[in-house]
Write a protein that binds this ligand. Structure first.
Ligand code: MLC
Length: 469
């Protein structure tokens, strides 16, 4: 089976029902099926075929879904690029993935053909497109994850990975056609794509997709759409706590389930949200490489501070170092063209998550930290090494170290410690260059000038000894 077989239960089985709402317009499942057939035919006319990569550099929009479905039908590998990425970050993905083309509505500096949604919508095509027969091991997407080595690696997710994950979340979270899903998550990450879009298409529920989460408008979207189901990152729940109490209660009466992941949810936020909205957030744990691994139960105890119990079919073990390893039909097949990185990511067939955790006697897992010094800001992963490498390329920087500092909304934000060549160093100028070259969430919020970096005898930087900013 491939993804199309399960999506067809909605695309064909619920043809005349409204499936999607976006920016005031609504679309039936039948319309989405026809739109994606047409998109597939346009892409095929432009030479795209099974196994090719198609990069997408777009904010959430209906065409994003048309493109995803067209790729699913054709066996083309969807390769999303974070819309917050700048030229240098985009260039890396385009070089690594070697796509046939990139779809973008803003100009990109690249030799790869850039197609806009406007031209694809208006594009001509040959009638009678023959779709290939795909099995479940066909790659469906390559999702780039920030790499410990500084450049990001592409995790290859197959139809089976998405199918296993989709079936699991439908079963575990009781998602049915009667649900109404409000989705503000970006479609370029697996939280929005693997959970949001798959939960919607596999259940046949109605989804309202937002271009992005805007906290000043969030409560109004909830009141207007009255979702039963919401998927978000902790930063979104923190923002929602700003909602006027009477409005929060009103929103809570329509809601059935709020799921949270991609970054640790502070137990206090869970408590405050329960008090204001009358909903106990269900926290779960996933990764780009594995989709969902562990989750709190729908009906059993949702234990604050824990990520719950392993999803169906997912095995979890803890190494002596405390690192969690997982195995199951959800786990990716490897990194794109990186056999070395793939080999390093697995031990005896178990995927090393890099997360340190413990299991309680009754099977609940609690995450305690990371093996690496990963920073998670608003649900976006940041590897300090990537920012440090950029800083070291700057003429005024002699040495640099980047760490995370606590932030009330985003969980953490990056801060840079810089040993400058010249005492007259200008942090503002350096910050401007970071903003121009790095995604906004990676730009250090502060630049702290230091005379030297604390190092071990072997020369390794001891980040825990850096002064607090
Ligand atoms: C954020 N920004 C965006 C944006 N999201 N810009 C364009 N499109 C988007 N979708 C930019 C803003 O311009 C701003 O830039 C900065 O990010 C913060 O925006 P904000 O309005 O102040 O938002 P804030 O209240 O801080 O909330 C940020 C957020 C965002 C929660 C909306 O962080 C977000 O969408 N996070 C989701 C990340 C995600 O989906 N992760 C899943 C990974 S998958 P500036 O320049 O002003 O700072 C994974 C596996 C798993 O981890 O388990 O799920």
């Amino acid at each position: 089976m491939n993804l199309r077989h399960l999506f067809d239960s909605s695309l064909r089985g619920r043809r005349d029902e409204v499936g999607l709402e976006f920016q005031g317009a609504s679309y039936t499942f039948g319309e989405m099926d026809a739109r994606s057939d047409r998109m597939a035919a346009v892409l095929a006319s432009r030479g795209l075929a099974c196994g090719d990569r198609l990069c997408i550099y777009l904010s959430n929009c209906v065409e994003y879904i048309d493109l995803f479905l067209a790729c699913v039908k054709m066996g083309v590998i969807l390769t999303p690029i974070n819309i917050l990425y700048r030229d240098r970050e985009i260039a890396h993905i385009l070089t690594d993935a070697e796509p046939k083309a990139v779809v973008s509505d803003v100009p990109i500096q690249t030799a790869v053909p850039v197609w806009t949604t406007l031209e694809l919508n208006a594009g001509s095509f040959d009638a009678g497109l023959e779709l290939p027969t795909l099995d479940g091991d066909t790659p469906a997407a390559i999702v780039y994850t920030s790499g410990t080595t500084g450049t990001s690696k592409g995790a290859i997710l197959t139809h089976n990975n998405f199918l296993a994950n989709g079936v699991n979340i439908l079963a575990c979270w009781g998602i049915t056609a009667a649900d109404r899903l409000l989705l503000p998550l970006p479609l370029f990450h697996v939280h929005g794509l693997g959970n949001g879009v798959h939960a919607w298409l596999m259940s046949g529920c109605r989804m309202r997709l937002l271009e992005r989460f805007e906290h000043s408008k969030a409560a109004a979207e909830f009141l207007d759409f009255r979702p039963t189901l919401f998927f978000g990152v902790p930063a979104m729940y923190v923002r929602l706590l700003e909602t006027v109490p009477a409005v929060a209660r009103e929103i809570g009466t329509a809601l059935r389930l709020c799921v949270c992941g991609s970054a640790p949810l502070p137990a206090q936020v869970l408590e405050d949200f329960r008090e204001r909205f009358g909903q106990t957030i269900l926290e779960r744990y996933g990764m780009s490489e594995t989709l969902m691994n562990i989750g709190n139960p729908l009906h059993g105890e949702r234990r604050p501070g824990t990520v719950g119990v392993p999803m169906p079919g997912v095995s979890v073990k803890i190494l002596e170092t405390g690192e969690l390893c997982v195995r199951g039909p959800n786990v990716f097949s490897g990194y794109w063209r990186r056999p070395d990185a793939t080999a390093a990511a697995f031990v005896d067939g178990w995927f090393r998550t890099g997360d340190i955790g413990v299991r309680s006697a009754d099977g609940y897992y609690t995450l305690q930290g990371r093996r690496s010094d990963l920073i998670i800001s608003g649900g976006f992963n940041i590897y300090p090494r990537e920012i440090e490498e950029f800083l070291l390329e700057q003429p005024e920087v002699k040495e640099a170290a980047v760490t995370g500092m606590p932030d009330a909304v985003r969980g953490e934000v990056p801060v840079a410690y810089v040993v400058p060549h010249d005492p007259g160093f200008d942090p503002a100028a350096l910050s401007e260059r970071c903003k121009a070259s790095l995604a906004s969430f990676k730009t250090p919020r502060q630049f702290v000038k230091v005379d030297s970096l604390p190092r071990t005898a072997l020369g390794k930087i001891q980040k825990h000894l850096l002064p607090k900013p």
